[in-house]
Design a protein around this ligand. Structure first.
Ligand code: ATP
Ligand code: MG
Length: 409
């Protein structure tokens, strides 16, 4: 872990009673981004030590959008951490963020299938439904009720400055070129024909980080294992918790909500086959459930660069380094050593190494997934049970929040 001095993860107004007034927008610089990441990595290392000492103090809340199959970015970015925390004795809540699919889609489409596919991915990677809770947004209305007071605690400016939301808006289909299908993009993302990108940003797109705050805080999660893209959202959650506690003290003045910490893995941003963030929505992902042959094909098509000698240099050679990292993660080895071994073997040997390492690493996960999928009712039973358990946790929190706000009738 290096020690670059870090700043806040996102620029947030000072905590205080009420929402702070408008702050002058600051330009996002790579120095602030890397400084923020360094600070988050340092904090993660501290939290990691606390988890080692007292795992039962932690309630973990994390989740994924059911927009497609989970991929290697999820596996190394967050799934492994979730299972490790569960196995260490922390309480684990896994959210399937179905409402959040609507941020950039014009319809829920095949959402039911995606939701059950995520449940299978979780179970196959080691989430144990006897100890942990898997649930969906739409099944927990109490959670969604917390969104209303929470929305009053952030300013529009703060929402608009969120760097991850800005990036997602930049990837919305532009109205300049008409969407390729009448309903939107081929992957189901919404596009409003003839409307410029900014004008087609819907309210949910801007406010979903606050919805995520409701997810985490409804379950009183105090630890959130996530990839780098989620750091600004965890910061919004901390801000909401702080402002709520300040404005509405709980019984005896005690804070109603914890201020959760983000936990980053050693792969907080895994790149996909095109060199951009590996993402379900970008068509650049290697899914956990992909077959060995599909994996080989996807890795063969991955972007590399013109230099023959393979080295590990994430800043200078992001695409090659991401492939090296993938092999190293799968092999539990040091990426620089893996790169040195491939050396003059070039991109062809690198890709062969990655394919073999991924297929070997995922073979047991894929086998387990196929076994679980053979009982079509099982994933649904796990989900229903998880929704009921999440509902009772969220109902208790909502009661406390209402009490603090003086809404007792
Ligand atoms: P979508 O494209 O639909 O937004 P996604 O691939 O970004 O999908 P999410 O459901 O948004 O996946 O993210 C779920 C979790 O996985 C988050 O904690 C996120 O940080 C993490 N994650 C997603 N992609 C990566 C990646 N490439 N590297 C590391 N972590 C990732
Ligand atoms: Mg995402």
């Amino acid at each position: 872990m290096n020690s670059i001095p870090g700043g806040p993860l996102t620029r947030s107004a000072a905590p205080g009673r009420g929402v702070a007034g408008p702050a002058a927008p600051e330009p996002e610089t790579s120095a602030t981004v890397s400084g923020s990441l360094a600070a988050a990595l340092r904090r993660s290392a501290q939290v990691e030590r606390q988890v080692g000492e007292e795992p039962r103090r932690f309630r973990v809340l994390t989740g994924d959008r059911p927009t497609g199959d989970l991929h290697l970015g999820h596996y190394f970015g967050t799934l492994r951490n979730r299972v490790r925390l569960q196995d260490a004795g922390a309480e684990l809540f896994v959210l399937i963020a179905d409402y959040q699919v609507l941020t950039d889609r014009d319809a829920a489409g095949a959402i039911g299938g995606h939701v059950l596919s995520l449940v299978l991915d979780y179970l196959a990677t080691g989430v144990d439904p006897a100890r942990s809770v898997i649930f969906a947004h739409s099944a927990v209305p109490e959670l969604n009720q917390l969104l209303l007071p929470f929305l009053s605690l952030v300013t529009e400016g703060e929402l608009r400055r969120n760097p991850t939301v800005k990036d997602e808006i930049a990837r919305l289909p532009s109205g300049g070129a008409p969407p390729r299908t009448p309903r939107g993009m081929p992957d189901g993302r919404a596009g409003v024909p003839g409307m410029p990108r900014q004008a087609s940003v819907n309210g949910l797109m801007l406010t979903y980080p606050v919805h995520q705050a409701a997810d985490i805080l409804a379950c009183k999660g105090n630890l959130v294992p996530v990839g780098q893209d989620q750091l600004p959202h965890v910061e919004v959650t901390r801000l909401v918790a702080r402002r709520f506690n300040d404005r509405y003290p709980g019984a005896g003045g005690a804070p109603v909500f914890p201020e959760p910490d983000a936990l980053l893995s050693e792969a907080p941003l895994l790149l996909g086959t095109d060199g951009g963030k590996m993402s379900k929505s970008r068509g650049n992902a290697i899914a956990l459930r992909a077959t060995a042959d599909e994996t080989a094909r996807l890795v063969r098509g991955a972007k590399t660069d013109a230099l023959r000698h393979i080295s590990y240099d994430p800043a200078g050679r992001p695409e090659v380094s991401s492939l090296v990292l993938l092999a190293a993660l799968c092999l539990d080895r040091d990426p620089a050593a893996v790169a040195a071994e491939i050396g003059g073997g070039g991109a062809a040997l690198l890709k062969r190494t990655v394919t073999e390492a991924v297929n070997e690493r995922l073979a047991p996960v894929r086998a387990r997934r196929a076994e679980l999928a053979a009982d079509p009712g099982y994933a649904m039973r796990v989900l229903r049970d998880g929704c009921a358990r999440a509902r009772s946790a969220a109902a208790a929190t909502l009661e406390e929040a209402r009490d603090a706000m003086g809404m007792r009738y």
